[in-house]
Design a protein around this ligand. Structure first.
Ligand code: PEP
Length: 249
C-alpha cells in the first residue's frame, strides 16, 4: 500500500557519539504522524540506533547488505545479521554503490532476492546520469534498471518494495530535479510497472524522490501526484532540516 515516506541516508558520516546525538535530536522534533520516517546510519551504529529509536516511531534502515547468507566474504554483512539486530529494511542499488563498488543490475537482482527471501523490506534506488539525461535516454535507462533489478519478481513480492528515483546528477550536488522532472519520471515509472504487472500494483508502490532534497524544495516535490516522499542524504544529517522535510507533506 502506498505510503508517505521520508528516509535519511547518512552514508559514511558520523561517529558513534554524533550518531546518538542526531537520533536524540530527531526524537525531540515533532514529526508528522502520517509520514513513515526512517534513518539509515552506517552498519556500526545500527544496533544502538535500533535501541535508541525503540520508544519512537523512527525506523532504522541498513545502507547495504551482501547477497550471500554467510561465508568467507570479509567485510560484508548479511540479511540475517541485520534481522538479528532488529533491522528489517535495507537500501539497495544506491548510485554510490553502483558507481564506486561496481554493483551491477545482475548483482542487485541477487541482493533483492536475498533480502526478500529473508523477509526484509527494501528501498530500491535507481536513476540516470547527467549524460544520459542530456542525450534524452533517461526514461530508457530507468526502465532498464527496473527491468533488470526487479522485474523477475512476482506481484506479491512488490508488497515489500519501495522505489527511490534518484537522478545521479542531483545527488549531493545541490542540483535538484524540478518538481515537473520528478513527476514526469515518477509517472513513467508507474506506467512501466503497469505495463509489466498491472495498474493496481503500479498505483500501490511508494515511489520516493532523492537528490538534494532540502526544506526549501521538499514541499513542491512532495506535492507532485506520483511522488510519495524522499530519500534524503546531506539534509538528513541535521535534525531540524530533516524534520522540516518530513513535515513538508
Ligand atoms: C542520497 O544519498 O540518496 C541523496 C539523495 O543525497 P543528497 O540528498 O545529499 O543529494
Amino acid at each position: 500500500m502506498r505510503k508517505k515516506i521520508v528516509a535519511g541516508n547518512w552514508k559514511m558520516n558520523l561517529d558513534a557519539a554524533e550518531s546518538q546525538k542526531l537520533i536524540e535530536e530527531l526524537k525531540s522534533q515533532s514529526l508528522a504522524a502520517n509520514v513513515t520516517v526512517a534513518v539509515a546510519p552506517p552498519f556500526v551504529h545500527l544496533s544502538s540506533a535500533v535501541s535508541q529509536t525503540s520508544d519512537s516511531s523512527i525506523g532504522v534502515i541498513a545502507q547495504n547488505m551482501h547477497q550471500a547468507k554467510s561465508g568467507a566474504f570479509t567485510g560484508e554483512v548479511s540479511s540475517s545479521m541485520l534481522k538479528s539486530i532488529g533491522v528489517h529494511t535495507v537500501l539497495l542499488g544506491h548510485s554510490e554503490r553502483r558507481a564506486y563498488f561496481h554493483e551491477t543490475d545482475a548483482l542487485l537482482a541477487e541482493k533483492v532476492d536475498a533480502a526478500l527471501a529473508d523477509g526484509l523490506q527494501l528501498i530500491f534506488c535507481f536513476g540516470e546520469e547527467l549524460a544520459e539525461r542530456k542525450s534524452n535516454t533517461h526514461f530508457d535507462v530507468v526502465t532498464h534498471q527496473l527491468t533488470e533489478g526487479l522485474f523477475h519478481l512476482t506481484a506479491a513480492q512488490w508488497e515489500n518494495i519501495v522505489l527511490a528515483y534518484e537522478p545521479v546528477w542531483a545527488i549531493g550536488t545541490g542540483e535538484t530535479a524540478s518538481p515537473a522532472q520528478a513527476q514526469e519520471m515518477h509517472a513513467h515509472i508507474r506506467s512501466v510497472l503497469a505495463a509489466k504487472y498491472d495498474a493496481h500494483l503500479a498505483q500501490g508502490v511508494s515511489v520516493l524522490y532523492g537528490g538534494s532534497v532540502k526544506p526549501a524544495n521538499a514541499q513542491e516535490l512532495f506535492s507532485q501526484a506520483d511522488v510519495d516522499g524522499g530519500l534524503i542524504g546531506g539534509a538528513s544529517l541535521n535534525a531540524a532540516d530533516f524534520a522540516a522535510i518530513v513535515n513538508a507533506f
